[in-house]
Design a binder for this molecule. Sequence first.
Ligand code: ZN
Length: 194
Amino acid sequence: MVTALETLIEALKRLPGVGQKSAQRMAYHLLQHDRDGAARLSLALRAAAEQIGHCRRCHTFSETEICSICADVSRDPALLCVVESPADQAALERTNSYRGYYFVLLGRVSPLDGVGVAQIGAAELLLRAAETGVAEVILASSFTAEGEATAHVLSEALRSRGIRATRLARGVPVGSELEYVDLGTIAHALVDRR
Ligand SMILES: [Zn+2]
C-alpha cells in the first residue's frame, strides 16, 4: 500500500529541479515543523489549479477571460511581443521598458520531440498579428536552439503575410531562457531589436 507520505513525496517530485532527496526533505519539514504551512500550501495549490486559466486573447495565465494586460487600453496596440511562456512575459514586464501587448506561445518548436508550429499556437498568433493596428511583432523567444528555430519559423510566416517581424537583439546570452536573464539585458535587447 502506498502511504500518504509516499504520495506526498511523489507529488513534490513533479516540481522542476526536485529529486527524491529534496522531496523527502520538504515533506518531512512540512510534517514535522509546519503543519499550518502544509495546509496553506494545499489550499493555495488547489485554488491556483482550479481558478487560473488562460487569457482568451494572449494565452497567458489569467483568472479572468481577458487578462489585465490585454484589458489595459493605455498600452501601445502597434506592438505585439511573442514570448514562450507566462514566466518570460513576467520577466519582460519587470523591465518596465515595454508598453505593447503580448502573445504567449505554448512552448517552442522542437522537431525532435514532435512539437511543430501547430502545437505552439502559431495559427492563433497569425490571426492576432493580422488585426488592425499591429505594426510590428517582436519575437522574444529564448536564445536556445529551439527558441531560435521558433523565431525563424514565425518570422517567415509573419513576413510572408506582410507583417513586420523583429527579433530581440543579441546581448542576451546564447542558450538562455528569458526568465533567467537580468532585466537590464532584456531591456537592452528590446530596444536594440532588429
Ligand atoms: Zn491577455
